[in-house]
Design a protein around this ligand. Structure first.
Ligand SMILES: C[S@@+](CC[C@H](N)C(=O)[O-])C[C@H]1O[C@@H](n2cnc3c(N)ncnc32)[C@H](O)[C@@H]1O
Length: 218
């Protein structure tokens, strides 16, 4: 994992170029029609063929559009059928803006499947004293508090705690409706669209899923 300093330096130096690339893509290359599915933050392993994969990391990962999606998403209004992000939005500083952007880009009837570290499960497991539920990554910690810190803050990589009520509030606030909770790795309200995504997700235990996953429709 990159140090916070290295990451901040990368975003500071590459930021203007990523912003320019995203703007140029939105104006000149972003699709205007057809079935369009977008994957935000595929990282190093999760590139989805046939989707438009967008990431700031073009060096160790693979993506189709290189940009920082902290600001505007590199797509035109009402042009996307689906957006998928998995363990990405907790890295963003302004979730309200992010969901407004996702909503802007989706066609009416389009769906956003969004998932990340499950704050509800973490808080419950912490209260139950179940240290085994948590991992000792990225820092080797034996204490349940240290492990909770790993899970929620991930060495300060994460900027927000994702709980179901909070995500719903943010999504509903920008207009998403029919918001449903899905189990990672097995459930989706739109198997016709999100089936390829399920194979990247870890199979979660329904009693205390590690990943919170919601799907909302425009
Ligand atoms: C923790 S990884 C998750 C990778 C993959 N989705 C998974 O579930 O394994 C987060 C990914 O989001 C990307 N990312 C985070 N913040 C970003 C931003 N502001 N703009 C573009 N990409 C970003 C990172 O480069 C990284 O590839």
């Amino acid at each position: 994992m990159l140090s916070r300093f290295a990451k901040a330096t990368y975003y500071r130096v590459a930021g203007p170029f990523m912003a320019l690339n995203g703007t140029l893509y939105r104006h000149f290359r972003a699709p205007r029609s057809g079935l369009q599915r977008v994957h935000l933050g595929p990282g190093q392993r999760n590139y989805i063929e046939g989707w438009i994969n967008v990431d700031a990391n073009m060096f160790t990962g693979k993506c189709d559009v290189w940009t920082d999606f902290t600001g505007r998403l590199p797509f035109r209004d009402r042009t996307l059928d689906a957006i998928y992000s998995h363990h990405v939005v907790e890295h963003l500083p302004d979730l309200e803006r992010h969901f407004a952007e996702a909503y802007r880009c989706l066609k009416p009837g389009g769906t956003y499947r969004v998932g990340g570290p499950n704050g509800d499960s973490a808080i419950r497991k912490f209260m139950e004293g179940d240290a085994g539920w948590f991992s000792d990554w990225p820092e080797k910690r034996q204490s349940i508090g240290g492990r909770l810190n790993n899970f929620l803050l991930c060495r300060n990589e994460h900027l927000v705690i994702l709980t179901e009520s909070y995500l719903k509030e943010l999504m509903e606030g920008v207009g998403f409706r029919s918001i449903v909770s899905c189990l990672s790795g097995s459930e989706t309200s739109r198997p016709d669209i999100f089936a390829p995504c399920l194979s990247f997700e870890s199979k979660d235990d329904r009693a205390a899923p590690h990943t919170i996953l919601l799907e909302g429709t425009k």
